[in-house]
Write a protein that binds this ligand. Structure first.
Ligand code: NDP
Ligand code: BG6
Length: 601
């Protein structure tokens, strides 16, 4: 097998000499290790594969180490021969380029293949704000394949130079290595091109195809289309891209931005229409919250810490809160927002996805299908949402410090009599053995007093707590709470009770705090970076499968219809406030206090 030199951040070189072996002793037993750590080979895939191969070949005692190495016990008097036999046996289990690709995510022919990312709707807000900067960040970190090109496509007339100029204004450098940023930016921009065309013109996409081929130069072509356009033109663009600009010899994938419909029917129609032109495994439905670092860490926290997993059920957890708030309104996006509202914009996707990940059973493995199978089970186990378990609000104008903050309906693109909620709170329940009776409270709002996204897990009271009298009458103050602050200022902290130092017995509530900025010097990647890289690598774990989407819409569609048919009037709250008081009554009905509004957070 050829030794390949390009080691990207998640691409994996294979060469026999990249494996090293060493010996170590565990509880007095000598172990020989096959180390991968310096080889650039995925710790995610390869050691696990070798480990399972060792079991198949009956190499007894082979263990998968925490650091990703594979180790086997050896007798000190034996020479290395027996270890070599096992090592060769294990490594020879990776037989073909295809298997290496499947196992380690590594493409032996990578140098001969190209990846072109076409941003459809490149003139728009999302492309400028998120997609191009994320692509640049990946390039900056050497994560993109050797032969990659970025194409912008939209109706606006632009030259390559104008696109580069537009894009350059939003690119930023990683704070940890700024020195060669300007150089890197120039190199990246040279890889960016633009083509103008209609979204429903096969002819225009044929012209795009021609340009893409010129860049591919006869290599194996892989194409990723990012649909960063309004949903009413998704199908046209997919039809044209698949008919006229699909890869002839590599993969073609399409990232679809939300909203995926606005209810069960429209979502099913969208999926059906997409599947006329694409297979399910070509569709990457993005929910960028799944790409956020702390959401990604949720499963690690739970499944790799013995102290949490046993507590993760109705037996110990009193309620779970999923909170999203923004301290600005719908400024600039009122037209889009009025058609959707906060429940469709945030709850049905971002918060529900977090809930599903939080509440799922242990998946069989970390494979995309195993994880998505467990998430969908959670969604299907959820109790229909009752109208009385939902509170909606809309922000109104407010004057503070001499500044007038607008009402939602002051936006010119929003009808004056709009009832669209900009705030919602809801109580949800999962009717399965693990979560029976535990309220999952969601709250999402725009134009509130703070910007945050967090998960709060409030634990039950300690039965017969010896120290109850030290807490006074408010027992809630004494309960443990685990807070996963997704943003801003990422952190995971656990509220515990402790004694105030001194001769007396005064109790205090303190935080055991994993504060990311203090613990890690590396900047946290933007969610779009992770998701774009996953889509390029064909990793589907963080994308929404169609059955997940169906289940999510089945849960929310009835209550959305009821709200709209009954023309429920939202509770008005001042811009910049803590939201409608109705949210407190809703929580109180389930004996819950919102954790984000407490005196101590
Ligand atoms: P824009 O409204 O900015 O639209 C993107 C581009 O699509 C525009 O530059 C325009 O390009 C073209 N376009 C806009 N309206 C129409 C129309 N009616 N008919 C044909 N083409 C049109 O969208 P965003 O960039 O804000 O968002 C893109 C997608 O991402 C949307 O689906 C949105 O819901 C989703 N999204 C956006 C987020 C954001 O923060 N902006 C966040 C999460 C999701 P041109 O005229 O040059 O063809
Ligand atoms: C988008 C919503 O999906 O997420 C927006 O459409 C919202 O309304 C945005 O502002 C929030 O994303 P983030 O990553 O800034 O929290």
């Amino acid at each position: 097998m050829a030794a390949l030199s390009s080691i990207h951040c998640r691409s994996y070189s294979y060469s026999p000499f990249l494996f090293s072996s060493s010996s170590s002793s565990i509880n007095g037993q000598q172990f020989q290790r096959i180390n991968f750590s310096s080889s650039g080979i995925s710790k995610r895939f390869l050691p696990a594969k070798l480990f399972s191969q060792s079991r198949k070949n009956s190499y007894h005692g082979v263990v998968l180490m925490q650091d990703g190495a594979v180790a086997m016990p050896v007798n000190p008097v034996e020479n290395e021969a027996s270890f070599k036999k096992v090592k060769d046996g294990l490594l020879s289990s990776i037989t073909s380029a295809e298997e290496l690709k499947e196992t380690a995510g590594f493409d032996v022919n990578k140098d001969e293949s190209t990846v072109i990312i076409t941003v459809v709707g490149a003139s728009g807000d999302l492309a400028k704000k998120k997609i191009f900067p994320a692509l640049f960040a990946l390039y900056y970190e050497d994560c993109l394949p050797k032969h990659f090109t970025v194409f912008g496509y939209a109706r606006s007339k632009m030259t390559d130079a104008e696109l580069r100029n537009m894009v350059s204004k939003t690119l930023t450098c990683r704070i940890d290595k700024r020195e060669n940023c300007g150089e890197k930016m120039d190199q990246f921009l040279k890889r960016c091109f633009y083509d103008s065309g209609q979204y429903d013109s096969e002819e225009n996409f044929t012209q795009l195809d021609k340009k893409l081929k010129e860049h591919e130069g006869g290599r194996l072509s892989n194409r990723l289309f990012y649909l960063s356009i309004p949903p009413n033109i998704f199908i046209d663009a997919v039809r044209c891209a698949s008919m006229s600009a699909s890869s002839a010899n590599g993969w073609t994938r399409v990232i679809v931005e939300k909203p995926f419909g606005r209810d069960s029917e429209s979502s099913a129609a969208l999926t059906k229409a997409l599947k006329q032109y694409l297979e399910e495994d070509q569709i990457f439905r993005i929910d960028h919250y799944l790409g956020k670092e702390l959401v990604e860490n949720l499963s690690v926290l739970r499944f790799s810490n013995l102290i949490f997993e046993p507590l993760w059920s109705r037996q110990y957890i009193r309620n779970v809160q999923l909170i999203f708030s923004e301290d600005f309104g719908t400024e600039g996006r009122g037209g889009y927002f009025d058609h959707y509202g906060i429940i469709r914009d945030i709850m049905q996707n971002h918060l529900l996805q977090i809930l599903a990940l939080f509440a799922m059973e242990t998946p069989v493995s970390l494979d995309a299908e195993d994880i998505r199978n467990e998430k969908v089970k959670v969604l299907r186990s959820m109790r229909p949402i009752r109208l009385e378990d939902v509170v909606i609000g809309q922000y109104k104008s407010h004057i503070k410090g001499g500044i007038t903050y607008p009402a939602y309906t002051d936006d010119k693109t929003v009808p004056k009599d709009s009832l669209t909620p900009t705030f919602a709170a809801a109580a949800l329940f999962i009717d399965n053995a693990r979560w029976d009776g535990v309220p999952f409270l969601m709250k999402a709002g725009k134009a509130l007093h703070s910007k945050r996204a967090e998960i709060r897990v409030q634990f039950r009271h300690v039965p017969g707590n010896l120290y109850n009298r030290n807490f006074g009458t408010d027992l809630d103050r004494a309960t443990n709470e685990l807070v996963i602050r997704v943003q801003p200022d990422e952190a995971i902290y656990l509220k515990i009770n402790n004694k105030v130092p001194g001769l007396g017995m005064r109790l205090d509530c303190s935080n055991l705090n994993l504060h990311y900025a203090a613990r890690y010097s590396k900047e946290i990647p933007d969610a779009y970076e992770r998701l774009l890289l996953d889509a390029i690598e064909g990793e589907r774990r963080l994308f929404i499968r169609s059955d997940e989407l169906d289940a999510a819409w089945s849960l929310f569609t009835p209550v959305l219809k009821e709200l709209e048919e009954k023309k429920i009037i939202p509770e008005y709250y001042p811009y910049g406030s803590r939201g409608p008081v109705g949210a407190h009554y809703l929580a109180a009905r389930y004996n819950v206090k919102w954790g984000d509004l407490g005196a101590e957070q």
